[in-house]
Design a protein around this ligand. Structure first.
Ligand code: CP3
Length: 344
C-alpha cells in the first residue's frame, strides 16, 4: 500500500513529486490562527491539547501542506528544567539567565511531567487529523536551547555570554549540554510513543560558533538525540542553521535528512552530504514577501534539482516570516503539487 508522499520520501522511496511543508507553518500568517490568538495567549494555545491540535492541523487543512508539525516550542525544555519563561514583544525572556547564576547545574531542577500536556496534544492530533497526515515532532538542539538558557534572552539573535562560556568553561558547558540532552531524549522518545512520524531537531543558532568547535562540543550530544530516535525506527531531520562548510562533517552521521538554510545552495549541500543523506529546504523565506511572478521564478530554479533528486523535502531555508501573505504560501504549495517533476 502506498503511504503519503512525506513518509515515503523521508524513507527514501521515490515519489512523483517532493513533499512540501514549512518550518513555523503553524501560527504566524494563518488568519484562523491569528483569530484564536486574539482570545488566547501562546502559552494557553500550547497548553490546551484541543487548541494545540487545532492549530497544528490548520496548515494541513488551509494550506494543503503534506505534513503537520506539533504546535509547541523549543523552550519547553528549559521550562521543564525549572526556568521561568515569558514571551514578550521582543521575543522569549527567562526570569533568571544561567549566566547570572553561581552554580547553574544545581539551579536547574528537571521535572519531566511538565511536558505531559504535549503528549496529550499529540493524542488529540492523532484523534482528529485527516487520515494519514504525518505529524512531525521536534525539539531544540542542545546548542540553541542552552544559548537561550545562558543568555536569558536573544538580543538581535546574538548570545555573546553563552559563546564566551563555551570557550572558557568547557566542563560546565558540557554538563549543561548533557542535562539538556538527557531531558530532550526522554521528550523525543515519548513523542515517538504517542505517534509522531518523523522528528526534527532545530539548531537555529548552530552558525554562531566556528564549525570545528561545533563538531567538538555539540555534535556528540546531537548524535545521541538523533540515534535514540532512529533506534525506534523513526526518521530524523537535523536543521543546523548557518553551519556552512561544516555541513560536510555530517556526511557519515547517517542522518536521514538534513535541513538546509537559505545561505547555501541545495546542490552544494547535497554534494557535501553525499548520496545517503536526504536534504530539506531551502527557499529564502524573504522571497515570499515579493510578488507571485518573482516567487514563481525562484521556485522554477528548483526544477533541475527536484527532477533528478528524490531524497528532497521542499521547505524554506528558515521559518515562515510574520509578514508573508497567506496566499503566497498557498501559491507555493499549489505550485509544488501541480508541477510535473518528470520523475518517471
Ligand atoms: O513550526 C511551527 O509552526 C510549530 C511551532 C513552533 C513554534 N516555535 C511556535 C511558536 C516551532 C517549531 C518553534 C521552534 C522554535 N522556537 C525555534 C526554532 C525554529 C526557528 O524559528 O528558528 C526557536 C529558535 C524558538 C524560540 C522562540 N519561540 C522565539 C525566538 C519566539 C519569539 C518569536 C517568534 O518566533 O514568534 C518564540 C515564540 C513562538 N513559538 C511563537 C510561536 C507560534 C509566537 C508566540 C506569540 O504568539 O507571541
Amino acid at each position: 500500500m502506498m503511504t503519503d508522499v512525506f513518509t515515503d520520501t523521508i524513507k527514501g522511496i521515490k515519489r512523483e513529486r517532493p513533499p512540501v511543508w514549512f518550518m513555523r507553518q503553524a501560527g504566524r500568517v494563518i488568519p484562523e490562527y491569528l483569530k484564536l490568538r486574539e482570545k488566547y495567549s501562546f502559552h494557553q494555545l500550547m497548553r490546551t491539547p484541543e487548541l494545540a491540535a487545532e492549530v497544528t492541523l490548520q496548515p494541513v487543512r488551509l494550506l494543503g501542506v503534506d505534513a503537520a508539525i506539533l504546535f509547541s516550542d523549543i523552550l519547553v525544555i528549559p521550562e521543564a528544567m525549572g526556568m521561568k519563561l515569558a514571551f514578550t514583544d521582543k521575543g522569549p525572556r527567562f526570569d533568571t539567565a544561567l549566566k547570572d547564576v553561581k552554580d547553574p547545574l544545581s539551579f536547574l531542577d528537571a521535572n519531566p511531567e511538565k511536558l505531559n500536556h504535549i503528549y496529550d496534544a499529540i493524542d488529540a492530533i492523532m484523534a482528529t487529523r485527516p487520515a494519514s497526515t504525518p505529524l512531525i515532532g521536534f525539539c531544540g538542539a542542545p546548542l540553541t536551547t542552552l544559548f537561550y538558557m545562558v543568555q536569558g534572552i536573544s538580543s538581535n539573535h546574538q548570545f555573546p555570554d553563552a559563546v564566551e562560556m563555551m570557550y572558557r568553561d568547557k566542563e560546565t558547558t558540557n554538563k549543561l549540554f548533557e542535562a539538556v540532552t538527557d531531558l530532550s531524549i526522554e521528550y523525543a522518545l515519548k513523542q515517538v510513543k504517542h505517534g509522531i512520524s518523523a522528528f526534527q531537531l532545530f539548531d537555529t543558532h548552530a552558525g554562531l560558533v566556528p564549525y570545528p568547535l561545533y563538531h567538538e562540543m555539540v555534535m556528540p550530544h546531537v548524535r545521541r538525540i538523533l540515534r535514540a530516535v532512529q533506534e525506534t525506527g523513526t526518521p530524523v531531520i537535523f536543521f543546523p542553521k548557518g553551519l556552512g562548510a561544516g555541513m560536510r562533517l555530517l556526511k557519515d552521521e547517517k542522518i536521514d535528512f538534513v535541513g538546509v538554510d537559505w545561505q547555501m545552495s541545495i546542490e552544494d549541500a547535497k554534494a557535501m552530504l553525499g548520496p545517503q543523506t536526504g536534504v530539506q529546504g531551502n527557499l529564502d523565506p524573504r522571497i515570499l514577501t515579493s510578488d507571485l511572478k518573482t516567487i514563481q521564478r525562484e521556485l522554477e530554479k528548483f526544477l533541475p534539482f527536484g527532477s533528478k533528486e528524490h531524497k528532497w523535502i521542499f521547505n524554506l531555508g528558515h521559518g515562515v516570516l510574520p509578514n508573508i501573505p497567506f496566499g503566497h504560501l498557498k501559491f507555493v504549495v499549489d505550485w509544488i503539487k501541480s508541477t510535473d517533476w518528470n520523475r518517471n
